[in-house]
Design a protein around this ligand. Structure first.
Ligand SMILES: Cc1cc2nc3c(=O)[nH]c(=O)nc-3n(C[C@H](O)[C@H](O)[C@H](O)COP(=O)(O)O)c2cc1C
Ligand SMILES: Nc1ncnc2c1ncn2[C@@H]1O[C@H](COP(=O)(O)OP(=O)(O)OP(=O)(O)O)[C@@H](O)[C@H]1O
Length: 149
């Protein structure tokens, strides 16, 4: 039984997320997904959707066998419980593979770390979807004219 762990924020779901999770699941027999806690998303704007809602959507996806919220303080605690054989990193996750492997070893965890490539498409990105919404459905015209002459 090969256990795989994938991680991420998963704020507004798109096909890039699905691809990352499908490819992660294809590496083993069981996929657990650790969903980032609201309080821990500091490297970009805070998620729009609360952590419970992000978790519920991830749990419903076909490639996902188990989904859980991450730890608030120690990212290695859920890993120590799951004991995965493989941890996947998405194409734009800011972790260095070798550094992560080393940190895992220090905690007595010998999971391999595998980088999953990106899925193409200008809307395969939560922030690009948000940008598009703002650009196309931005603040309403205060005159209420909807751009009509
Ligand atoms: C091995 C690993 C374990 C993680 N564990 C946690 C965790 O326990 N709690 C948490 O809030 N975030 C955890 N994260 C971080 C997030 O799930 C996510 O990867 C990180 O915030 C980067 O988010 P993004 O790629 O969605 O922008 C972990 C990341 C990795 C690589
Ligand atoms: N287009 C994509 N192709 C492959 N993997 C992706 C793609 N978009 C996101 N992922 C992966 O899915 C996981 C969760 O990603 P995240 O929640 O950061 O979404 P995102 O669309 O990259 O967000 P943002 O646009 O705000 O950076 C990460 O491992 C990330 O690398």
């Amino acid at each position: 039984m090969i256990r795989v762990v994938a991680t991420g924020t998963f704020d507004i779901l798109h096909p890039g997320h699905l691809y990352y999770l499908e490819e992660s699941r294809n590496l083993g027999d069981e996929l657990s997904v650790i969903v980032a806690r609201d309080a821990n998303v500091k490297h970009k704007p805070r998620p729009f959707l609360p952590e419970d809602q992000r978790l519920r959507m991830i749990r419903a996806l076909k490639p996902v066998d188990h989904a859980l919220l991450g730890d608030l303080h120690d990212m290695f605690r859920p890993i120590a419980e799951i004991r995965p054989d493989i941890i996947t990193l998405g194409f734009n996750q800011h972790f260095d593979e070798e550094h992560l492997r080393q940190k895992l070893r220090e905690r007595g965890l010998d999971a391999d770390v595998v980088r999953i490539p990106g899925y193409p498409g200008s809307l395969a990105s939560s922030s690009k979807i948000i940008e598009r919404i703002l650009n196309t459905r931005g603040p309403p015209d205060p005159t209420g004219s909807h751009g009509e002459e």
